[in-house]
Design a protein around this ligand. Structure first.
Ligand code: CP3
Length: 369
């Protein structure tokens, strides 16, 4: 497949711990309901899945935040729950509510029937990746993504998000760990195939969202989340058509396990806002780039305060590596997805503050931007 050469490679360079003239940034859930143009396209599509399964709509909404803000990466517009949907669990999103699976894994027989999906069922995702790469015309790199085996299992067992601390999935984990391990093994294999197909379709980096890893007890995290993230990482393509494909892992609430996560075979660790970036850099910055970690709620404050909080995050990390070779680097992001109640002008202030202040923090270095 041939795509336009990359004009802004700051995100990919920072993933590989190479120097950049400023700190690149993108935002988790950057295409979403805080943008009026997203809501307009969503209502034309009729539903979230109507958006995600239509290549033209998925391409349009992926590019929407980039039309407004000079972000340094695009992320595929889709959802982590496309994988359980392809496994036959029946995904829907009601307006204003979270995701619902019609056929959650409630008993042993359902777990026994679970199988790795035919990737053809997810062709719409891979087609969207290729379409977005063409539409980007090399402006910024495209990130593909998946849920982690554990985070997918949370939804697959509960059938939705949880209002009672993941009672269903944790009951299974403690009473029938064998069933839990079977689900996780199937999920890991599914995620490997799903992410490798995104890479082949044109994704230039891939991110594993372990959104609920932090809900686990110490010990259980390592056994039921981290071990399967490791399995996924071991199965991913390292490069495609001569380009290294950086792998990012984000465990929300994973700050306490950073040292162990530092040993993962990936390029970037994402951290939430409970983590001090300077401390994280001291713990793992010798081996991994770090991504994060502004509290998304900081974006509710007026632009001047947003800029101040952005500078705090940049300064907590400190001056990144600026010389030749590899060293500690930072990719600015939020500590979790952007809220639908965020005023878009505050995002503009954030992007401006991160670019300006991070440039001022370092001597000028070469790199396309
Ligand atoms: O970042 C992006 O712009 C790309 C798109 C993206 C979506 N979901 C679109 C979406 C990504 C990367 C995701 C990942 C995702 N989905 C995660 C992992 C990241 C995280 O937030 O922890 C999880 C746990 C999900 C599951 C999910 N999807 C939930 C819990 C919800 C409902 C909550 C909410 O924010 O509405 C969704 C729906 C969803 N996924 C929306 C979007 C834009 C809103 C749906 C709508 O338009 O009605």
């Amino acid at each position: 497949m041939s795509f336009a050469p990359l004009a802004n490679d700051t995100f990919l360079r920072a993933c590989l711990r190479q120097a950049t003239p400023y700190t690149p940034l993108w935002l988790m859930r950057q295409a979403g309901r805080y943008l009026p143009e997203y809501k307009a396209t969503r209502s034309r599509a009729g539903s979230f899945m109507g958006l995600a399964t239509n290549v033209d709509y998925a391409t349009e909404v992926t590019l929407q935040p980039l039309e407004r803000f000079p972000l340094d990466a695009a992320i595929l517009f889709s959802d982590i729950l496309t994988v359980p949907d392809a496994m036959g669990l029946g995904l829907s999103f009601a307006e204003g509510e979270g995701p619902k699976l019609a056929r959650p894994l409630r008993d042993e027989a359902a777990v026994a029937r679970l199988a790795v999906p035919d990737l053809e069922q997810l062709r719409y995702v891979f087609d969207a990746v290729t379409s977005i790469r063409h539409a980007l015309k090399g402006r910024v790199p495209l990130i593909g993504f998946s849920g982690s085996p554990w985070t997918l299992a949370c939804y697959m067992v509960e059938g939705s998000g949880s209002k009672d601390d993941w009672r269903g999935v944790k009951s299974m984990l403690y009473s029938r760990p064998d069933l839990m391990h079977r689900i996780l093994a199937v999920n890991a294999e599914a995620v490997i195939g799903y992410l490798n197909a995104q890479i082949e379709a044109g994704a230039q980096a891939v991110m594993v969202f372990d959104s609920w890893g932090g809900a686990l007890a110490d010990g259980a995290f390592q056994e039921f989340s981290l071990a399967y993230t490791e399995r996924v990482l071991a199965g991913l393509k390292r490069s495609h058509e001569g380009q290294v494909i950086p792998r990012l892992v984000f465990t929300k609430g994973g700050g306490l396990w950073l040292e162990q996560m530092g040993a993962l075979d990936c390029e970037v660790l994402g951290v939430d806002w409970t983590v001090n970036l300077g401390r994280a850099r001291a713990l793992v910055g010798g081996a991994k780039a770090l991504q994060g970690n502004l509290d998304p709620a900081a974006l509710f404050a007026p632009p001047a305060q947003v800029a101040q909080q952005a500078r705090r995050v940049l300064e907590a990390f400190g001056t990144p590596h600026t010389g030749p070779g590899a060293g500690p680097t930072h990719i600015f992001n939020l500590g979790h997805g952007i809220s639908q109640f965020t005023p878009p002008e505050h995002v503009a202030a954030l992007v401006e503050a991160v670019h300006t202040h991070s440039r001022a923090m370092r001597p000028q270095v070469s790199g396309k931007a």
